[in-house]
Design a protein around this ligand. Structure first.
Ligand SMILES: *[C@@H]1O[C@H](CO)[C@@H](O)[C@H](O)[C@H]1NC(C)=O
Ligand SMILES: *[C@@H]1O[C@H](CO)[C@@H](O)[C@H](O)[C@H]1NC(C)=O
Ligand SMILES: *[C@@H]1O[C@H](CO)[C@@H](O)[C@H](O)[C@H]1NC(C)=O
Ligand SMILES: *[C@@H]1O[C@H](CO)[C@@H](O)[C@H](O)[C@H]1NC(C)=O
Ligand SMILES: *[C@@H]1O[C@H](CO)[C@@H](O)[C@H](O)[C@H]1NC(C)=O
Ligand SMILES: *[C@@H]1O[C@H](CO)[C@@H](O)[C@H](O)[C@H]1NC(C)=O
Ligand SMILES: *[C@@H]1O[C@H](CO)[C@@H](O)[C@H](O)[C@H]1NC(C)=O
Length: 477
């Protein structure tokens, strides 16, 4: 029987606290409170429109309000359908991402890697991306989805050959004196063509740089690159490179476009490196109750509201997967009991803002599930939902006490998953599921999804190649 000495956490907070129960005198179980009632799905969105007015500069950083994109939809949400679809699409995203990784890793062993053109930004399902922010582009405000899994920022552009419905006006470059097209023969255009695998020719139209990005779910955007003033609150930077999308298709849910927070030099983070040091962070809110979170661009940690000290883990460097954020997961514990598994990290786990549910190798997932069930007993089980196979009927409980789940990374860093990230609330309390799932192949790379990142400050330092975590109650103010 594994022996685990529980470390008494140094903090207490309103939504979660710990207590220690002696368990047969040889190990301890750590618990958190899961508020069933508070996380009941509500229809909170609807009449605000899509623009989030809030952003501000504080010390050396920009702070943008971040919301769930359900905030943009005026339709009444059918939770049953929405959640099933969300999980199905999450599965598609993970499958296309893992495919992309397999191709990249295998291309290494081939003789002529230069002949294998893999579009860097393709093969990622976008529909699961939920978090939106508003920035200024030229003189307009644009609400965009944030994505750490892609690089190019783009918005729909007038005149549009084919645009999906968005709330608010489409960006119109001809109304802006600060907008300039990128020339086809520029180095920026060449670097775009390298990153998207789009080998556009300059002979036909040397005055523009065409781009195409295909996402794995059939969504795409194409148009030309331009530069424009980008503003956050009252701070403006000129010559921000973005895609002016003339042909866009996808379920982008009423937003203007997408903000790429990946690692290549066209991403927002690389382009703002001189002002903000190549560092950004977010606090992803619980979406069930319409809470706000924040996206912070810049490295001034005094603007965070973290409740625990920030701990940094080194990113795993893998030249073949240089666009991904990869960490070294060393162990997982449930209720303070370490899982006995040798292949927890398998040489690297991906952290992604667009995958919803964390995926673990089958052996690791099975160990996690078994330990969780052992410590969370006495509740009737409920049918599984899509990729989630461990569900409970918690009807009639206002709150329940659940085992903690902690992931440990190299450099002694702990991600203590928030109670709102351990159980997945379906339409109501009669089906509440363990919010983790199994990969189909033991050798695939594990992925830390956004559900398990809730109420954490997650800091991406692309210059020092490290990722930081600290507990935070997400809010914008
Ligand atoms: C954009 O948002 C800012 C901040 O709320 C506001 O002051 C400004 O008037 C908005 N601009 C437009 C064109 O709507
Ligand atoms: C790009 O083409 C323009 C003319 O279209 C030319 O003036 C410029 O010198 C070229 N720049 C480079 C880097 O070749
Ligand atoms: C990106 O990097 C390439 C070379 O790797 C360079 O030619 C290009 O100018 C860079 N683009 C930006 C926007 O910095
Ligand atoms: C932006 O606004 C903040 C306060 O909201 C102020 O301290 C700062 O000086 C302003 N910056 C500029 C460039 O106007
Ligand atoms: C992960 O960390 C462990 C323990 O520090 C180390 O032995 C291992 O080599 C690391 N793995 C990678 C892929 O960096
Ligand atoms: C869940 O439990 C409640 C009361 O314990 C019961 O009335 C209800 O039928 C159960 N729901 C399902 C879907 O099993
Ligand atoms: C960001 O801040 C952290 C903590 O203060 C520091 O360790 C790190 O070096 C900084 N990163 C950059 C790129 O300045």
């Amino acid at each position: 029987m594994p022996m685990a000495i529980a470390m008494l956490p140094l903090f207490l907070s309103l939504v979660s606290f710990y207590f220690i129960i002696a368990n047969g005198g040889c190990s301890f179980q750590e618990k958190k409170i899961f508020k069933v009632q508070m996380l009941q799905r509500k229809q909170l969105f609807g009449n605000q429109g899509c623009i989030l007015p809030e952003s501000r500069k504080e010390k050396g950083a920009i702070i943008l309000e971040m919301k769930d994109r359900g905030y943009c939809t005026k339709k009444k949400i059918n939770w049953n359908m929405k959640l099933k679809k969300e999980l199905m699409l999450d599965n598609l995203r993970v499958r296309s991402m893992l495919n992309r990784i397999r191709i990249k890793l295998s291309s290494h062993s081939l003789e002529q890697p230069s002949q294998i053109q893999i579009p860097l930004s393709s093969g990622i399902n976008l529909q699961t991306l939920n978090y939106i922010v508003t920035v200024g582009l030229g003189s307009q405000n644009m609400t965009v989805i944030i994505d750490t899994g892609s690089d190019l920022t783009w918005v729909q552009c007038d005149p549009c050959m084919s645009c999906y419905n968005q709330q608010g006006p489409v960006f119109n470059p001809s109304n802006s004196i600060s907008y300039k097209s990128i020339l086809c023969n520029s180095s920026t255009c060449q670097s775009l063509q390298l990153t998207t695998g789009n080998t556009g020719s300059c002979e036909f139209n040397p005055s523009s740089c065409n781009y195409v990005v295909n996402y794995g779910d059939g969504s795409y955007t194409d148009g030309e690159l331009g530069v424009e003033h980008l503003t956050f609150g009252n701070i403006s930077m000129s010559d921000f490179v973005f895609g002016c999308g003339r042909n866009n298709k996808g379920l982008f849910g009423g937003v203007s476009g997408l903000m790429g927070l990946g690692r290549s030099n066209l991403s927002l983070i690389s382009q703002t490196i001189t002002s903000f040091g190549g560092v950004f962070s977010y606090c992803l809110p619980t979406t069930e109750n319409g809470a706000s979170g924040s996206l912070v661009i810049g490295n001034d940690s005094s603007v965070f509201k973290n409740l625990t000290p920030i701990a940094y883990t080194s990113m795993v460097s893998n030249p073949q997967l240089s666009n991904f954020y990869i960490m070294n997961l060393t162990s997982i514990d449930v209720g303070g009991v370490a899982l006995e598994s040798t292949s927890v990290g398998n040489g690297g786990v991906l952290i992604d803002s667009g995958t919803v549910i964390t995926r673990l190798a089958p052996s690791v997932y099975n160990a996690l599930k078994a330990e969780f069930l052992k410590q969370f007993s006495g509740f009737p089980s409920a049918p599984g939902l899509s990729i989630l196979d461990t569900c409970f009927n918690l009807t009639g409980n206002e709150e329940v006490s659940i085992p903690t789940i902690s992931m440990h990374f190299e450099d002694n860093v702990e991600l203590n998953v928030d109670a709102a990230g351990i159980l997945y609330m379906t339409k109501d309390a009669s089906q509440v599921c363990l919010a983790f799932a199994s990969l189909s192949d033991e050798n695939d790379m594990a992925i830390i999804g956004n559900y398990q990142q809730r109420n954490q400050r997650v800091i991406y330092d692309t210059k020092q190649n490290k990722i930081g975590f600290a507990r935070e109650e997400c809010s914008f103010t």
